[in-house]
Design a protein around this ligand. Structure first.
Ligand SMILES: [Zn+2]
Length: 237
């Protein structure tokens, strides 16, 4: 008897199953026998029912080990559709979702992030934004994301973005807070970079704390942007 991959033939008659795809946002395989029709127990359909948008059902799923692979796979499918405008088709060679290629890849990616699914999610965002960039470049599988080289690139980019330079822009929400609460600061001082923020400390040291500059610095300390009201932020050139 010729070797047949487990699950690819009907248990009742031994005929090769037909595969069709269903699902919105994720395309999952549905197996049927030409003679006996739809499989009574379709694991993919069961997965679809409960898990196809696991990533957005409950925030805490991202921290639960048994939910992490479904969160990642479903999130990847979501990003894929958002990016390309059509559905990602899950690997159909395996009738059991959790042992199929895309789920094996999700576990490999999780391992590269020491099991931290939230970091893996940020990484997926980064790959689409910074590496894939153009819809002309086709990501043909989730496996594309499981390359340790790509993860290293991501980690390096993340480390670089943490260095604050003299010319680095201040966080947007901080600038917005200043505009809302102390708009006069922008008439008195230049305030867009971290170096400008250090300039406010110099101002306080020279003129005392009875001024709008001090109020802005106090807020920066509250936000952990500065260690205290007298210490300059250490900045790279
Ligand atoms: Zn059959």
């Amino acid at each position: 008897m010729a070797f047949r991959k487990k699950g690819s033939v009907c248990k009742l008659c031994g005929k090769k199953k037909n595969i069709t795809f269903e699902g919105d946002g994720v395309q999952y395989p549905v197996f049927s026998c030409p003679e006996h029709g739809l499989e009574s127990r379709n694991e993919w359909a069961r997965w679809w029912k409960q898990y196809h948008n696991r990533w957005q059902q409950k925030d805490e799923f991202w921290d639960q080990p048994r939910e992490k692979p479904s969160c990642l796979v479903s999130y990847f499918c979501h990003k894929f559709k958002e990016f390309y405008g059509y559905e990602y088709t899950l690997d159909c060679t395996n009738p059991i979702p959790y042992t199929s290629k895309d789920f094996i890849m999700s576990r490999r990616i999780l391992a590269l992030f020491h099991g931290n699914a939230r970091r893996a999610k940020n990484y997926i965002n980064w790959v689409f934004e910074k590496r894939v960039k153009s819809v002309n470049y086709t990501v043909s599988s989730f496996g594309f994301f499981s390359s340790p080289q790509l993860v290293n690139e991501y980690n390096a980019a993340r480390a670089r973005s943490k260095i604050i330079r003299r010319s680095s822009s201040l966080p947007k929400n901080f600038v917005e807070w200043c505009k809302e609460h102390h708009p006069s600061i922008f008439e008195r001082q230049q305030l867009s970079t971290w170096d400008d923020l250090n300039g406010l400390i110099a101002h306080i040291q020279l003129r005392g704390k009875d001024c709008v500059e001090a109020l802005v610095v106090t807020e920066a300390v509250k936000r952990n942007m500065l260690s205290d009201e007298n210490t300059y932020k250490k900045l790279e050139d």
